[in-house]
Design a protein around this ligand. Structure first.
Ligand SMILES: O=C(O)[C@H](O)COP(=O)(O)O
Ligand SMILES: [Mn+2]
Ligand SMILES: [Mn+2]
Length: 559
């Protein structure tokens, strides 16, 4: 112990050895649900994942991956990658962005903070622009928070407000964008009655406009920039509701992929481009799909696309999206401060780590895993490898994605003998599940299972240990259900496809030639969740987890 009483040194586990190679596999969007025709994991051939439960049931269990178990406001909140990987890596349950924003809005403290005061400086002469995902999905943003912010901002001096909406259909049902825009229009009309000049200024589908992540495709951000900042888009409408309805009427249109549009006045002039002296707030609380836009707004030197104009604005994020890069510099609510994550402890205790995924999930097993922190803790002890994702496609077109490439990298890292922990995220069941394409999602689940097999075979070859789990559900249920669990039909009698995550628990399996005999899941942690995994993995590396970590899921049974 140092003089402060704190030490990075972890105690030795009394029974478990050090030095084993652990393959830590996170299947993205792989939950456990009743077997039926909408459960793609059940329908797909997944012999490896099936074998865990069948052959070693004492080393397989379910853990909670939604709601309060991952720091979300209520038990009705589905899990997501950010909170899931945070919990997996940090080993504790942090109150997450969604809840922190709720609290700041409810207490009114949001308006006393430096971030709001900064944007408020523009209210006298400039326009307040709000940009973000318009839905009640609760993964990246929430409509009720936007409504409160609109009201609060106008009460705190905003006289001219423009909202730039991104339609969802990914965390919520496809087609729901129309209702959300209607609700927002109603709120803006009420503000106008009070003398606030408030309108929707632009829009587009989240996956095609603005909300790219991990720099997979800057064109997505550019399309948003052109509409939001420059007031230019291929589609022009005088009214946002009409825009969304018309664009949705196109063949194969989906909320998440709607093309960009701007709202124009009677003379065809955009009603709300962003200009010098304006204020901008990006109202998503989640980081991954807002940090690229934050860079475009903040970086003086910026070469990812031609911004044409770089307006001098007062910009704040709902939260700070990257604590290391300090992006954005101003924010309305402070993000959860995650510290002493398992990754940081393990490098201090000599555990060499390799982490890998493809671009669309790369930050999940690095940035989110490490408590929303970019980069290495110790570059001599860690290696993070990103495999480039395909860009410009929806992943139902390529449901196998880069699963095999990820597994090959993991296999090579395991066989190299250089690492004690080889951690991957396999994105297929989630990324393809979000497209709502059932056939493709079945192919995706099969591909992920094959990748698991490859990694496990390498682990067996080196006498290591595997831990296979998931961050939340998705592909195990592809239909919206009523309270009784029956599929819901739309007006035309078709089933309502569920593109979002679920409230389902996820499996965790442990095994491998290196697993000490007698290791099994305890039965006194019935409510175990993702946050219990870190202590479990630390044990398997031969250490006892810090006292304030959620308890381990395993015990060593001796006859
Ligand atoms: O950003 C997304 O793709 C979805 O809103 C949530 O999916 P994820 O939490 O699995 O990334
Ligand atoms: Mn995920
Ligand atoms: Mn997802």
């Amino acid at each position: 112990m140092g003089s402060s009483g704190f030490s990075w040194k972890l105690d030795d586990h009394p029974k478990l050895p050090k030095g084993k190679t652990i393959g830590l596999i996170v299947l993205d969007g792989w939950g456990e649900a009743k077997p039926d025709q909408y459960n793609c994991i059940h329908i797909a051939e997944t012999p490896t994942m099936d074998s865990f439960k069948k052959t070693a049931p004492e080393k397989w269990r379910l853990i909670r991956a939604h709601g309060k178990a991952v720091g979300l406001p209520t038990e009705d909140d589905m899990g997501n990658s950010e909170v899931g990987h945070n919990a997996l890596g940090a080993g504790r349950i942090y109150v997450q962005g969604a809840k922190l924003v709720d609290l700041a809005l409810a207490s009114g403290k949001i308006y006393d903070g430096e971030g709001f005061k900064y944007v408020q400086q523009s209210f006298d002469k400039g326009t307040l622009h709000l940009i973000g995902l318009l839905s009640d999905g609760g993964v990246h943003s929430r409509l009720d928070q936007v409504q409160l912010l609109l009201k609060g901002a106008s009460e705190h001096g905003a006289k001219r407000i423009r909202v730039h909406v991104l339609t969802d259909g990914r965390d919520v049902l496809d087609g729901s964008s129309v209702g959300f825009v209607e609700t927002l229009e109603g709120d803006l009309a009420k503000l106008r009655e009070k003398g606030v000049d408030a309108h929707i200024a632009s829009g587009g589908g989240r996956m095609y406009v603005t909300m790219d992540r991990y720099e997979n495709d800057w064109e997505v951000v550019k399309r948003g920039w052109d509409a939001q900042v420059l007031g230019e888009a291929p589609h022009k409408f005088q009214n946002a509701l009409e825009a969304v309805k018309k664009l949705r009427a196109e063949p194969k249109a989906h909320d998440q992929y709607l093309p960009p549009f701007v709202i124009v006045d009677g003379n065809g002039k955009a009603v709300g481009p962003i200009v010098d002296g304006d204020a901008v707030v990006t109202f998503n609380f989640r980081a991954d799909r807002m940090v690229m836009l934050a860079k475009a707004f903040e970086y003086q030197d910026f070469y990812k696309f031609d911004r044409v104009r770089f307006p001098k604005i007062h910009y704040a994020g709902m939260l700070q999206y990257d604590g290391e890069l300090k992006l954005p510099g101003r924010y309305l609510v402070s993000p959860p401060e995650m510290e002493r994550t398992s990754g940081e402890y393990l490098v201090h205790n000599g555990v060499r780590t390799f982490a890998c995924s493809e671009t669309v999930k790369f930050g999940h097993v690095t940035f989110f895993w490490n408590g929303n922190r970019s980069g290495y803790f110790n570059s001599e002890m860690e290696e993070y490898v990103e495999i480039l994702s395909d860009s410009g496609i929806t992943f139902n077109v390529q449901p196998k994605m880069k699963a095999i490439e990820i597994a090959e990298k993991a296999r090579d890292a395991i066989l190299s003998g250089k690492f004690h922990q080889v951690r991957v995220n396999l994105p297929n069941s989630d990324m393809v599940g979000h497209t709502g394409d059932i056939e493709a999602t079945i192919v995706a689940c099969k591909a992920a299972d094959k990748a698991v097999k490859m990694i496990i075979e390498a682990i067996e070859q080196v006498g290591g240990i595997y831990v296979v789990t998931a961050d939340h559900g998705n592909a195990e249920d592809m239909v919206k259900r009523n309270k009784k669990g029956q599929p819901l039909l739309d007006k035309a009698g078709n089933i309502q496809i569920l593109t979002s995550h679920t409230l389902q628990p996820v499996p965790i399996a442990i095994g491998g030639a290196g697993l000490s005999p007698g290791v099994r899941f305890r039965n006194d942690v019935p409510n175990g969740g993702l946050a219990n995994v870190a202590a479990t993995v630390m044990n398997l590396h031969g250490f006892v987890a810090p006292n304030d970590y959620e308890t381990t899921l395993i015990e060593v049974f001796e006859n």
